[in-house]
Every structure is written in structure tokens, then in C-alpha cells.
Design a protein around this ligand. Structure first.
Ligand SMILES: NC(=O)c1ccc[n+]([C@@H]2O[C@H](COP(=O)([O-])OP(=O)(O)OC[C@H]3O[C@@H](n4cnc5c(N)ncnc54)[C@H](OP(=O)(O)O)[C@@H]3O)[C@@H](O)[C@H]2O)c1
Length: 210
């Protein structure tokens, strides 16, 4: 079933997730603090797949699923607009000054912080933080579909995000409740930290095999 997906943030992750969503046949709406950036990305996504892509200059959030493709802590600015929605947090709350730690307390994740900020009627799902933007454009690395790890407390919200992942040609892995976002954010950080050491150029993927 076609979903309407609002992506806030027309940067690299907005482009990667938007590409997967349009290829999966969904209708994507791009919002950005710079409406020209939102329009430019919406134009780039148009025609990539069966879905559609538009931008809204007024910043209205009409999607049933909202992806916050924004830096850590910027998502909280949209609390009013996303109230009552399924909200996807993709952030890695890395301390970019030191590249040596996360900015969140050890017993909390960025996703849980957002859930506290948004309140009980908004359903936060952690997803896509372990997949790099460039790899999302293709949805695969080395011929293998990306694994997208999810965490969330609302099963129906998580199911909807999992469907978005599957429709985009990737594999969804349910890691459990929202508190598992703590481990997902550490995994995202580790994956980033390995890029320079292994010279992977942010083209690698975290993949679970059995
Ligand atoms: N890049 C990756 O491979 C990757 C992988 C996993 C997770 N992530 C996470 O994804 C999120 C987005 O990363 P990205 O790589 O897409 O970054 P990006 O390319 O810099 O895009 C970020 C977007 O957010 C906007 N923005 C920045 N600060 C804002 C604010 N205070 N209020 C409203 N909008 C704001 C930017 O607008 P301007 O252009 O006007 O600054 C831009 O449109 C981050 O949390 C990152 O940790 C990234």
C-alpha cells in the first residue's frame, strides 16, 4: 500500500531515504528550512521510481510517516508539526569535535530523548542510522541488500517503517524496543569510526549473515 512519507532535511540522508521510498512506490514530500533545497531534492527524486516526490514551501507535514533527516537535536524543533505521527530518527549523536564519543548520556539514546520530547501520542522509531547515505541511493552494497536495523516501542509504527524498508528493496531487522537505539547509535558510531581506518569511504554496510 502506498504511504505518504514526509522527509524533513534535504541533505544526504534525505536524498538516500527519499530515493528508496520513491523506488518503493511511495509518495514523498520533502521539507527543509531552505525551501529551494527541498524543491531541488524533490525534483531529483522525481522519476526515480513508481512513487512521487514533491516539496512544500509552507513546511506542512502531511505524511503518515515522518523521517527526521536532520542533525542530532534539530529534530526536537519539529515537535509540534510531527505530533501524532510515526517519526523516524536517523541521527547518530556523535561528538564531531572529538570524533571520540557520543553526546548522549550512557543510559539514553537520541531516539529516546526525542520520544520524551514528543510525548506519548507520537511514535518514534530508530532506523537508518547504521546505513550510510551513499549506499541508500542504491539500496545495496556489493550486490547485497542493505540491512536496516529498527528499534521502537510501538509495534504498528515499527511495522510501517519496516514496510518502507522492504518496499525499497532492503532488509528490515527489528532490534527490539526503543531503548535498543542506544546500541544502534553505538553501532552507527563504530561504523563511522571504521571508515578512515579501513579506507571504506562511507561506501560500506553493516550486514548480518547466518
Ligand atoms: N550521512 C550519512 O551517511 C548518515 C548515516 C547515518 C545517519 N546519519 C544521520 O543523519 C542525519 C542527517 O545527516 P546528513 O548526512 O543527511 O546531513 P546533511 O547532509 O548535512 O543534511 C542535514 C539537513 O538538515 C538540515 N539542518 C541542519 N541543521 C538544522 C536545524 N537546526 N534545523 C533544521 N534543519 C537543519 C540541513 O540544512 P542546511 O543545508 O540548511 O544546513 C540539511 O538539510 C544526522 O543526524 C546524521 O547523524 C547520516
Amino acid at each position: 500500500m502506498t504511504m505518504r512519507v514526509t522527509i524533513i532535511g534535504a541533505g544526504m540522508m534525505g536524498r538516500g531515504i527519499g530515493t528508496r521510498a520513491v523506488c518503493g512506490g511511495h509518495d514523498v514530500e520533502i521539507l527543509d528550512r531552505d525551501p529551494a533545497e527541498a524543491r531541488a531534492l524533490a525534483d531529483q527524486l522525481t522519476g526515480l521510481g513508481r512513487g512521487s516526490s514533491t516539496a512544500d514551501d509552507e513546511g506542512r507535514v502531511t505524511g503518515e510517516v515522518v523521517v527526521l533527516a536532520l542533525p542530532y537535536q534539530a529534530g526536537a524543533l519539529y515537535a509540534e508539526q510531527v505530533a501524532g505521527k510515526v517519526v523516524v530518527d536517523v541521527s547518530n549523536p556523535v561528538d564531531f569535535a572529538s570524533m571520540d564519543r557520543l553526546l548522549t548520556p550512557p543510559d539514553l539514546s537520541a531516539a529516546e530523548e526525542l520520544a520524551q520530547e514528543f510525548g506519548d501520542d507520537t511514535f518514534v522509531v530508530k532506523a537508518f542510522n547504521t546505513t550510510f547515505a551513499a549506499t541508500l541511493v542504491d539500496g545495496q552494497v556489493d550486490g547485497q541488500p542493505l540491512d536496516v536495523l529498527l528499534a521502537g516501542d510501538d509495534e504498528s509504527a515499527k511495522h510501517r517503517v519496516a514496510q518502507l524498508v522492504l518496499d525499497g528493496g532492503m532488509r528490515a531487522i527489528d532490534a527490539g524496543p526503543l531503548r535498543r537505539a542506544r546500541q544502534l547509535e553505538h553501532l552507527g558510531f563504530l561504523h563511522m569510526a571504521l571508515q578512515g581506518r579501513m579506507e571504506w569511504g562511507f561506501q560500506s554496510a553493516v550486514k548480518f549473515l547466518r
